[in-house]
Design a binder for this molecule. Structure first.
Ligand code: EPZ
Length: 431
């Protein structure tokens, strides 16, 4: 298994190109199941989760091709892919494929809407909480699907097609909103979603669906209306920039000091995180080219943070922000309200000398003046990013094991950081 070696202490200076968003790319790719025409996605990131989803979609009959690199295009440029599900050859998504990535469960929606049946293994994914799918299934049932759980599979049927409905989510769910959008797009009649997720990735999916001929209004607000159509067409769409990747590097710069342009990042997609960074002493500036973050000289100030659905501070940046707070000149409280078990990074951050106490759904972080490099283990995707941030500021060497977690969601992490002056290298298995 690959490892990442980091020698801390260098400031970050330069430009980091922000890749296409993993959490937008996955639902956009899944939406290709809704039509027999070609969906073209530009700016698709090169990530393990994207490759895994390609395997899953191929199993259903999706043909997938990638454009070659164009003249003058750097290796960091996102890929352009074409996906065509001319015929759905299999409506089962098996355990071996789905258990490795939770988002792959979302194929249940287009399969049910287009074929009237789907058999999808209950999901796996990062170990950050129980993460049920009851609300996704509730949405499909409201749309007229009948659902049974059999042998670890959700078996959904709608032989006469789906029909529009009022769906009220008791809790904001990104996956539930994606599933409802895709299923309702091909249902008969009008669907209204109440308490829908407002994340930028939801807007991106709705934009692609509308380009395909869907009739969706209100995406990005709590109430979304979808008028179903009989069939959807192909379309071309550019994946939005990854706000979590951008937020992660923003926190890395706030941690090490320096000055970095996060090229292509859109401040309005992660404004709450940028506001918190500004309170912690970093300088944040939104420019035409992206978002510029710097910290020169001043101390890291403690800031209390609570995660919540968009537009509030995202749970996917909680671990990274905690890494930053380990070096603050005071005490901060970080409260996680989305996932009950998303504190696995706490014990790994302690290996650097961080002082963190858990108190229910909060972590109380007492900043220390110095972190020291250590051998640590990545436990989930975003937790791994917090270890990278701590390592960049720690004295001496850190060796991060199990970096396959990072490869799920951060494209070319070590290259992007080294280009800004960090001492970071990947040590390949056997190397
Ligand atoms: C998406 O997961 C993201 N994944 C997650 O990112 C992100 O942390 C999460 O949204 C919250 O922003 C992708 O987009 C691929 P939810 P999702 O449904 O859709 C509860 C990362 O690191 N819930 O919005 O699965 C759930 O347990 C990943 O990139 C139910 O109770 O999250 C949680 O407490 C990790 N029943 C809350 O809702 C359900 O049926 C929000 O979850 C569904 C969810």
């Amino acid at each position: 298994m690959d490892r990442i070696r980091i020698v801390g202490g260098a400031k970050l200076n330069g430009t980091i190109p922000i890749s296409g968003a993993k959490n937008a790319a996955l639902p956009l790719m899944i939406a290709s199941l809704l039509t027999d025409r070609t969906v073209t996605l530009e700016n698709l990131p090169r990530l393990a989760d994207v490759s895994q989803l390609v395997r899953i979609l191929s199993n259903h009959g999706v043909d997938y091709s990638i454009d070659g690199r164009r003249q003058g295009e750097g290796s960091e440029a996102g890929q352009t892919v074409h996906m065509t599900a001319r015929e759905i050859v299999d409506t089962t998504a098996p355990y071996e494929l789905v258990s490795r990535m939770r988002a792959s469960f979302w194929v249940i929606a287009p399969l049910l809407a287009r074929c009237g049946e789907a058999r999808v293994s209950l999901p796996g994914g990062c170990a950050i909480g129980t993460r049920p799918v009851d609300l996704l299934l509730m949405a499909l049932e409201k749309l007229g699907g009948s659902i049974e759980i059999e042998g670890g599979y959700a078996v959904a049927k709608a032989p006469k097609g789906l029909r529009g409905a009022e769906i009220t989510f008791p809790k904001v769910t990104v996956g539930g909103t994606h599933v409802a959008l895709m299923a309702a797009a091909l249902a008969q009649g009008t669907t209204v979603l109440h308490n829908a997720a407002r994340e930028p990735e939801v807007i991106d999916l709705a934009e692609l669906l509308n380009k395909m001929g869907a009739k969706i209004t209100g995406a990005g607000q709590s109430t979304v209306e979808i008028t179903g159509v009989a069939r959807l067409n192909g379309a071309k769409h550019r994946v939005l920039p990854d706000r979590i990747e951008a937020g992660t590097y923003a926190m890395a710069v706030a941690m090490t000091g320096g000055d970095v342009l996060l090229e292509g990042a859109q401040a309005h997609d992660f404004q709450a995180a940028l506001d918190v960074l500004a309170l912690s002493g970093a300088t944040v500036e939104s420019t035409n080219e992206g978002v510029r973050v710097s910290r020169n000289g001043g101390p890291i100030l403690p800031v209390d943070v609570e995660t919540a659905p968009f537009p509030a501070f995202p749970t996917d940046l909680q671990a990274q922000f905690m890494a930053l707070m380990t070096r603050a000149n005071g005490v901060s409280r970080i409260t996680e309200t989305i996932f009950e078990n998303r504190f696995m990074h706490v014990q790994e951050l302690a290996r650097f000398g961080a002082r963190i106490k858990l108190d229910g759904d909060s972590a109380v972080v007492e900043g220390v003046p110095v972190l020291k490099g250590a051998p640590v283990m990545a436990t989930d995707l975003r937790a791994s990013a917090s270890l990278v941030i701590a390592a960049l500021a720690a004295e001496g060497e850190t060796m991060i094991q199990r970096v396959y977690h990072l490869d799920r969601g951060f494209e070319a992490l070590e290259r992007k950081l080294s280009l800004c002056g960090a001492e970071v290298e990947r040590i390949s298995a056997g190397g």
